[in-house]
Each structure stands twice: as structure tokens, then as C-alpha cells.
Design a protein around this ligand. Structure first.
Ligand code: XMP
Ligand code: MG
Length: 177
């Protein structure tokens, strides 16, 4: 018995996640031929996804990390978004691809898209591992999407509950005890 088995059911297996990451990497490789790509990893949730995806992209690229806080206790977003760690360089003139773990209400990402657009990048697109359309409150266009999921609280592959379970290699449903 591993540490998570009584709390988490597998929703998307490690194999399915890795296969989809490879497909997304191939699509991004095709679309950004001849361009200098900057991946913006949204901490902490998309860290594992970003690293695997970066290795599935056959292009020279730059990695940036950005932290937002939008999430205060429990499993509900408040809509209040703040940048806690900013990228390390000016983003003007760059081809930016934001890498996110999940688009739930969309409030965090609509804030972030607006904030980065204001820095005048050459282009700005979004890649999200997961989308939970049931709870959408802000319209966010996901250019590269891993999986659409039902309205369940998920953990693993970067996603946490109380900072735990990020290191699971699959996406699972957290069983509220
Ligand atoms: P919004 O609602 O602004 O959500 O689109 C963005 C952030 O909320 C977190 N989130 C989750 N985290 N399991 C998690 O571990 C979930 O099911 C979940 N739904 C939302 C996540 O940090 C996301 O970036
Ligand atoms: Mg997140």
C-alpha cells in the first residue's frame, strides 16, 4: 500500500498523462517553428507538467517561473489574484506560452492573461493540463489542452491538497474523508 491509496483514486493514469504531454509537445513544436519560445510555468501546480512538456518540445526555449496566489484555504477560489513571484526578465517582444495545471473558474488565468498582455509580448498563448468547465466564471481560451475533467477536486502531477500529493505521477480524485 502506497501512502495515497486510501485518499486518492486514479483519474488519469501516468501513462495517459505522459502520452498527452508528448502530443502537446509535438503540437507546440510544429506551431513555434522558427520562433523563440518562452514557457511561463505557473507555480507550484504546473511545475511537473512544465518540466515534462519542456522535454517534449523540440525547439530552443526559455523557462520562466511565475507565482500567483488566488487560492485561500479549502477548495474554492476567491477570485482575488496576486503575483507573488514575478518572471525574471521583461516579456516585451517575446512569444509567451503560459503553462497552467488547471483552469477551474478561470479567474486566475483571466487576471494573468491581462497582466502579461499589458507587457506587450509578440504573442501570448495558454497551455493547461486540465480544464474543469463546470465551474467556469470567466471566459478563457485554452490553446493547448490536456484533458477536460468533471467537477471533482483533483490532486497529483503537481496538483495538491494542503500542499500534499503533488508528487503523485498521475492525476487522481481526492476522496473527501
Ligand atoms: P481558477 O478557479 O482561478 O483556479 O481557474 C485556478 C487555481 O485553483 C486551483 N485549483 C485546483 N487545485 N485541484 C487542485 O489541486 C483542483 O481540483 C483545483 N481546481 C482549482 C489551482 O491551483 C488552479 O491554478
Ligand atoms: Mg495553480
Amino acid at each position: 500500500m502506497t501512502f495515497h491509496e486510501k485518499d486518492v483514486d486514479v483519474l488519469i493514469s501516468e501513462e495517459a498523462v505522459q502520452a498527452r504531454v508528448k502530443e502537446l509537445g509535438a503540437a507546440i513544436t510544429r506551431d513555434y517553428q522558427g520562433k523563440e519560445l518562452t514557457l511561463i510555468c505557473v507555480l507550484k501546480g504546473s511545475a511537473f507538467f512544465t518540466i515534462d512538456l519542456a522535454r517534449a518540445i523540440d525547439l530552443p526555449l526559455t523557462l520562466e517561473f511565475l507565482g500567483v496566489s488566488s487560492y485561500h484555504g479549502g477548495t474554492e477560489t476567491t477570485g482575488e489574484v496576486r503575483i507573488t513571484t514575478d518572471v525574471s526578465k521583461p516579456m516585451a517582444g517575446k512569444h509567451l506560452l503560459i503553462i497552467e495545471d488547471i483552469i477551474d473558474t478561470g479567474l486566475t488565468m483571466s487576471f494573468l492573461l491581462e497582466n502579461l498582455q499589458a507587457r506587450h509580448p509578440a504573442s501570448l498563448k495558454l497551455c493547461s493540463l486540465l480544464e474543469k468547465p463546470a465551474r467556469a466564471r470567466a471566459k478563457v481560451n485554452i490553446d493547448y489542452k490536456g484533458f477536460v475533467i468533471e467537477d471533482k477536486f483533483v490532486v497529483g502531477y503537481g496538483l495538491d491538497y494542503g500542499e500534499k500529493y503533488r508528487n503523485l505521477p498521475f492525476v487522481g480524485v481526492w476522496k473527501n474523508p
